[in-house]
Ligand binder design. Sequence first.
Ligand SMILES: [Zn+2]
Length: 159
Amino acid sequence: MSLTECYSCAREAEFGALPRYQRIVVDEHWRVVHAVDCALPGWLVLLPRRHVESMAELTAAEAASLGGWLVRLARAVEAVTGCAKAYVAQFGEAEGFAHLHFHVVPRGAELDVELRGPRVFGLLRAGDRAVPEDRMDEIGLRVAAALETGLVTDPATTR
Ligand SMILES: [Zn+2]
């Protein structure tokens, strides 16, 4: 696959023009976005800022920060959405989305049993039911604020 066919690299190439929900928080190695065409508010995606298609291709520096990002995002998703827990999943099988990415999915207490576990991916490709862009932007601001204000604290420091 060429980089021009990669959705994530195409967005990275226009970074300065991205809407808030496409650059909720970023660092040197990672970018956090709200999942697009998704029916579940608060469904986040963590992406490396260069094209790799397998975890095995991550550098030591990327690998070193990955765990911290996933844990902070799980805390942020739980704080912002009030969900029961955050799922984390990585597949990269959809056409145009082979770029390594980690789903951080708010699994609410009210989520239908039929949509729990891997079946939650039935909430993607949502079409008319997709979370609107202004809502994704608003959630993005709240996630960024949760990460910045210490709302997302390390349990080890508070217990
Ligand atoms: Zn890519």
